[in-house]
Design a protein around this ligand. Structure first.
Ligand code: ADP
Ligand code: MG
Ligand code: MG
Length: 873
């Protein structure tokens, strides 16, 4: 018989896959002899089994749950549903990777009409007992039965009003009894049945609800954002309750062993007296700093510090802990490696290395490569910032500078972001439903909530600037405005947020780019020592290239030449070329472009100072260049001595039904060899001149796009070679150059052994390769891919993360076939995927020489390349 349920004492930290992160750590802490309320974990395999059995918990699993419950009852000396001394439990989700707030937790389970009387008697605190019961009814109804929380809140508010009180805490035991009666009536009205009075039924329903929550929309979205596979499933932890809401000697809190925002090596946390569970993170009451606990309950504080240090030393990493104090007795409810900002991650990693607790390799492994993105985000322009005056200040919940237009709902933020606006999401407080809007926002501002509020935790995870808990704000979310310092800010107005200081500004403060220094530089140097993959950048302009070099780029893997044609002084010339009727006319038009192209290439070569530069020849269909505006058409007609009609007819003739698969890429050079001749001349002359003027040894790499056949490549290559040799002879200079191709058509991957005969290098153009392998285009996929995520047909965007199973096979095959023909064939990747850590890992495994990505992702790729070495050792 399979084992589906583990008591905490049967588990270990390394059983995360089976017990989930929370369960494995509760087990580990139990074995360390720490004060953990006991319980058991229903495994992630049971969750998978639930889905495989048509969303049913089998009798075998039920049986094991009840067996474990019996053991728990004996340990605790309490009985489930008892009228003398009832056992209450929490039912908590816990996946392998932590997904804070994404799935549901139920507290105080086991209370019934009968049990609550026993609980009141046993604790001698009827108010507390009824308060626990009403919380349970509310949570159970919400999480398990999907009855909206708001309906219960309304009932509670009505009773508070009737009793003339302000806070829940002012309600008496009798008031709460009334609340319970009303709550149960509401439940019956909504569900048509009585609130379940059988604790075992409550338990099975709750376990089912946690399994179900694995597939709720926000969990699916979170998984996609964080590359968490949908088939992992979640474990369920059933744990004896401890109570932080028993009065003024009780409380509950969360703490980090080091500061999760800055990394400072100092305990950091918050707690609330007389509170339960989510009260601290819900941000309804503003919590106290952990230092206050030292004054209020010194012994508890000392014990807390002892355990916190022990946990950090045990896991050798910064810990994020939940604790509860029940009448001066301290319990730990959770520990995990804490989420942190990128600056904090670097600080902590460097400190732990310096403290001798971890190696440099450990430090490299610990840092989430994607999170470096935060460090590359802009800060405020110092001058502009000095001139600006903050209108308010609140908690610096997640660092970074952000400016944008204010929106008050997640949907508005998301929609306007999609329209290309920079948006700031302003909310009373955020909840997990807001996640997509938070993701779209440059910055988040909340009125309520502390440093561990939902907004703060999620924003830090995403690297989005966040200022939280700004009580000075008067907000009207429905009317879409807020007031601060006597000023009104309406929807669409600009504000600026400094997530590092907590300052709030009205207006749009300009931001500036970041640099690599300090800890960042240290970690990058360690990464460079370890990695074997080279990292290049995709850059078309000297400015982008210079930025990439600053971030550590070792060359340009992709320079798209078409971008150079769109500028105002060039587009008329390319249009003229397109409209030309004869080769001579086309050549004449192209000759006018040579000086521009040459200057562009010289600019790049100078910035790259001799590092390799791969130049891709013209790729897009020509119709992208032709005019659509009447006045442009008229100007072109005049310039060429044609009638407007003639120009229109020629432009219309360029229309293609499927331009992505049309007259583009090397097909342009096959029909118009003069384009390839012009580009070759510009590349070669630029290289020779930069060599002569600056002394850099430039070795141009000319890349022919969209090849699907060896003879096609050879045809274009012959044109390039002929022109290059001619330029060399004219200038009397001998320079080395290489000609290669992109592998971006499946046929090219299939015939890579033949294509390699004509190529000195391959660069995998994984954007096109992905579109052509899947058979859908990147520009249209957005319209239907969402349905593929919700139905779990696909789990991640194949244009963001390389589809290793399908597209990856083509890459691997082409790499092997290519090298079989030419052992020293140089291999790289230049799609958007080049900066995605999981793709970098794949590229390392299949033995590519380099990855090329956008300038801002260069540091991410450097770190990911080092991590690939360590994880594939
Ligand atoms: P999340 O993953 O969202 O943090 P948790 O399962 O950790 O959800 O629980 C939510 C809250 O309930 C936390 O504050 C936690 O400390 C509290 N809690 C969970 N189990 C218990 C328990 N057995 N006794 C007291 N509080 C609990
Ligand atoms: Mg939860
Ligand atoms: Mg938790």
């Amino acid at each position: 018989m399979a084992k589906w349920v583990y008591l905490f004492k049967e588990g270990k930290a390394d059983m995360k896959n089976l017990l989930g992160g929370k369960g494995a750590n509760l087990a580990e802490m139990t074995n360390l002899g720490l004060p953990i309320p006991q319980g058991f974990t229903v495994t992630t395999e049971a969750c998978t089994d639930y889905y495989n059995s048509g969303k049913k918990i089998t009798d075998e699993i039920r049986g094991q749950i009840f067996d474990a419950l019996k053991v728990l009852e004996e340990q605790q000396g309490k009985k489930f549903g008892d009228t003398e001394n009832p056992l209450l439990v929490s039912v908590r989700s816990g996946a392998r990777a932590s997904m804070p707030g994404m799935m549901d937790t139920i507290l105080n389970l086991g209370l019934t009409d009968a049990a609550v009387e026993g609980f009141a008697k046993k604790t001698g605190n009827p108010r507390f007992a009824y308060d626990s019961y009403r919380r349970f009814i509310q949570m159970f109804s919400d999480v398990v039965m999907e009855i909206s929380k708001a309906k219960f809140e309304r009932v509670l508010d009505e009773i508070k009003e009737k009793k003339g009180v302000h806070f829940d805490t002012e309600l008496t035991a009798d008031d709460l009894k009334e609340v319970i009666t009303e709550f149960k009536a509401l439940y019956k009205q909504e569900k048509g049945t009585d609130f379940p009075q059988e604790p075992t039924e409550q338990l099975i329903e709750a376990v089912t609800a946690v399994f179900r929550s694995w597939d709720n929309p926000r969990a699916i979205y979170y998984r996609r954002m964080n590359d968490i596979p949908g088939d992992w499933g979640t474990a369920v932890n059933v744990q004896a309750m401890v109570f932080g809401n028993m009065g003024d000697t009780s409380g509950t809190g969360v703490a980090f062993t080091r500061n999760p925002s800055t990394g400072e090596a100092k305990i950091y946390g918050e707690y609330l007296i007389n509170a339960q569970g989510e009260d601290v993170v819900a941000g309804i009451r503003t919590p106290l700093p952990i230092s206050k606990l030292e004054e209020d309950m010194p012994e508890v504080y000392q014990e807390f510090m002892r355990i916190a240090n022990l946990l950090e030393n045990h896991y050798k990493d910064m810990q994020d802990m939940e604790f509860t104090i029940e009448d001066k007795k301290l319990y730990f409810l959770q520990t995990r490696n804490g989420k942190r900002t990128a600056p904090a991650a670097l600080q902590i990693a460097c400190d732990l290395v310096d403290e001798g607790k971890i190696t440099k390799e450990d430090a490299i492994k610990r840092i989430e490569a994607k999170s470096l993105d935060q460090l590359l985000h802009p800060g405020f322009d110092i001058k502009a910032l000095e001139a600006a005056k903050p209108v308010g200040k609140a908690l610096p919940a997640s660092p970074g500078a952000a400016a944008g237009k204010v929106y008050f709902t997640a949907d508005d933020a998301k929609n306007n972001h999609e329209k290309g606006e920079r948006v700031i999401l302003v909310r009373l407080e955020t909840s997990p439903e807001d996640i997509e809007g938070m993701h779209a926002a440059e910055g988040i501002l909340t009125v309520r909530g502390g440093m561990t509020s939902h907004a703060a935790v999620v924003a830090r995870g995403m690297g989005t600037a966040c200022v939280s808990g700004c009580g000075e704000i008067n907000i009207d979310e429905e009317a879409k405005y807020f007031m601060i310092a006597g000023q009104t800010v309406k929807e669409g107005d600009y504000i600026s947020l400094d997530g590092s200081t907590g300052n709030i500004y009205i207006g749009d403060i300009p931001t500036v780019e970041a640099a690599i220094s300090g800890n960042f530089d240290r970690i990058m140097t360690w990464a460079d020592e370890i990695r074997t993959l080279k990292v290049r950048t995709n850059a078309d302009t000297p400015a982008d290239a210079a930025n990439a070099v600053k971030f550590g780029a070792e060359g340009i893997g992709l320079c798209r030449t078409e971008h150079m044609f769109f500028e105002a002084d060039r587009i008329p010339k390319i249009r003229k070329m397109i409209l030309s009727k004869t080769v001579e006319a086309r050549e004449a038009a192209l000759n006018e472009l040579i000086p521009f192209q040459k200057a562009d290439f010289k600019g790049l070569y100078e910035v790259m100072e001799g590092r390799p530069v791969t130049i891709r020849f013209l790729d897009p269909p020509l119709h992208e260049f032709v005019p659509t505006e009447e006045e442009d058409i008229a100007a072109l007609a005049k310039d060429m001595g044609l009638s407007v009609e003639e120009v229109k007819v020629t432009c219309d003739s360029l229309h293609e039904f499927n331009p992505m698969m049309g007259h583009r890429g090397c097909r342009l050079a096959v029909t118009y060899p003069e384009i390839a001749r012009m580009q070759t001349r510009a590349v070669m002359e630029a290289a020779i001149e930069v060599k002569q003027e600056k002394g850099f040894d430039i070795v141009p790499e000319i890349m022919i796009p969209l090849v699907g056949e060896k003879r096609e490549l050879k045809y274009v290559k012959d044109i390039v070679v002929e022109t290059a040799e001619k330029v060399k002879a004219e200038k009397g200079v001998d320079i080395e150059y290489h000609i290669g191709t992109m592998i971006e058509i499946p046929r090219a991957a299939l015939l890579a052994n033949e294509i390699a005969e004509e190529a000195e290098f391959f660069s995998f153009g994984t954007n096109d390769l992905t579109q052509m392998t899947f058979g859908f285009s990147r520009d249209d996929a957005g319209k239907f891919l969402d349905s593929y995520y919700t139905t779990k047909i696909y789990e991640s965007d194949p244009f963001a993360r390389l589809d290793v199973d399908g597209v990856g096979q083509l890459v691997q095959m082409a790499a092997e076939k290519g090298r079989a023909t030419k052992a020293n064939l140089k291999l790289g990747i230049c799609g958007e995927h080049g900066g995605d850590p999981s793709t970098v890992d794949f590229c390392h495994r299949v033995g590519l020489n380099y990855v090329s990505c956008s300038p801002f992702r260069v540091p991410i790729a450097r770190l990911a390349a080092a991590q690939a070495v360590l994880s594939n050792k």
